[in-house]
Design a binder for this molecule. Structure first.
Ligand SMILES: [Zn+2]
Length: 425
């Protein structure tokens, strides 16, 4: 939940205030019973003897004033319990009592925007209105209240009172739309790694192989399906979004896309035949070029030829190396790139593999090669013990960075091995 207001308002703080004694779960809309500017309303509130204030005020010009911080209680509804839990809003009237205290369209629009903002920031999922004063305080049934229920007043005036069902529905429509938008975004941004992992597993890759593939993909694109190779963002003067947009709408033609030499998508497809394959698989079949599911499918088709060798890899480092040198084939395949991609791969393995164990405390590793050297300290520069682990299962009792202390060296803490790519059991 964001803490900052999305609507702009003028801060006018005429009152000494006290903190709320209840969380915000209610909305109370009032009328000013007059056509006051937000500043004029603030002047009136500034007379403390009147004991009158509200959290917000809205003028007929649509401007919003804030008088009392949301974290504080206003003196507004002639009822302390209600004021402790409600955000109170005074709305100016461009018509008199004979109109039921009419409000301007601009004031109404600002009221809706302000209410959406208040609900989003305070975790109010939707506004509920039944027009029943017996439901005061039962916020799961009704979370809007009106001044007339607490005192002998016309407030908020018949005009706004009768609009309460519409106010609730206008606000809820916006809240529902933005909720589904936020959910969609979170599927794309937060769970992309899980989607890819599950797809690779369904396709038949082992955990080690899937991790090796994902470590490479992450280094290529951060798993963004609309990622354009960074150097081409500059060269084309286009953001990832702009490039993706022109490819999708056809103004950047197939031949331009295929032959421009720019890496694109989760795997940063670059070579023209592979870009052409991606284009055919997506655009030609009515999908967008940045469609994540389609890119994953295309990736799996391409890489399936390596499945048996990848599934036979004895470590995450090896799986990562196979993908690097036989699938991604970037210009730089040096040790730094190998290390970085292995590190990413290990993170995905730790996150998703049921075989992975927590980083801290004791755990066991399975070593399938007999050439893992034992160092006297946790780093490549420490003296070599002259020994290797041999093949088998070993217990690690402490870790430092990428290194693990072998249990059999616990007395002097002088037997460490590098953990990169070792399978934890
Ligand atoms: Zn009132």
């Amino acid at each position: 939940m964001s803490n900052s207001n999305l609507v702009s308002y003028t801060k006018i703080s005429p009152n000494k205030t006290s903190p709320r004694k209840h969380s915000i779960d209610t909305i109370s809309i009032h009328c000013m019973a007059g056509n006051l500017s937000i500043e004029k309303c603030g002047d009136i509130f500034s007379n403390i003897d009147r004991k009158a204030s509200s959290n917000y005020g809205i003028g007929s010009d649509g401007r919003i004033g804030m008088y009392v911080e949301e974290s504080d209680k206003s003196w507004c509804t002639s009822n302390s319990d209600n004021d402790n839990r409600a955000i109170t809003i005074e709305v100016a009237n461009d018509g008199g009592a004979n109109t039921g205290w009419h409000v301007s369209d601009k004031a109404y629009e600002s009221l809706i925007r302000l209410l959406v903002d208040i609900c989003q920031r305070n975790g109010i999922k939707q506004l509920l209105w039944r027009g029943d004063k017996h439901l005061i305080g039962q916020v799961d049934k009704q979370n809007m209240t009106v001044h007339r229920w607490f005192a002998a007043k016309a407030c908020p005036g018949d005009y706004l009172y009768n609009l309460h069902p519409k106010i609730a529905s206008d606000v809820n429509n916006i809240l529902n739309n933005s909720n589904s938008k936020i959910q969609n975004e979170s599927i794309l941004s937060k769970e992309t790694d899980e989607i890819i992992w599950n797809s690779l597993k369904r396709a038949g890759f082992t955990d080690v192989a899937a991790a090796g593939i994902m470590g490479n993909l992450y280094d290529e694109s951060h798993l963004c399906s609309n990622n354009l190779q960074n150097s081409f963002n500059k060269k084309f003067n286009m953001t990832d979004e702009m490039y993706t947009h022109v490819v999708n709408n056809g103004s950047y033609s197939e031949i331009q896309f295929v032959k421009d030499g720019a890496g694109y998508g989760i795997a940063q497809w670059t070579y023209w035949t592979r870009k052409q394959g991606l284009y055919e698989y997506t655009i030609k079949h009515g999908f967008k070029i940045d469609d994540l599911s389609k890119q994953i499918e295309y990736l799996i088709i391409e890489i399936s030829g390596l499945m048996s060798i990848l599934n036979g890899a004895d470590s995450i480092r090896n799986a990562t190396y196979i993908v690097l040198t036989q699938y991604e084939k970037p210009g730089d395949q040096g040790i730094a790139v190998q290390n970085r991609r292995t590190e990413y791969a290990q993170k995905f393995y730790n996150k998703f593999s049921k075989n992975s164990k927590k980083q801290d405390g004791f755990f066991k590793v399975k070593i399938k090669r007999n050439n893992i050297r034992i160092k006297k300290g946790p780093g490549i520069n420490y003296e070599d013990t002259g020994k290797t682990t041999g093949i088998g299962i070993f217990t690690i009792i402490e870790t430092k960075d990428r290194w693990g202390l072998l249990k059999s060296y616990s007395n002097n803490k002088d037997g460490w091995i590098i953990l990169d790519g070792l399978e934890r059991i």
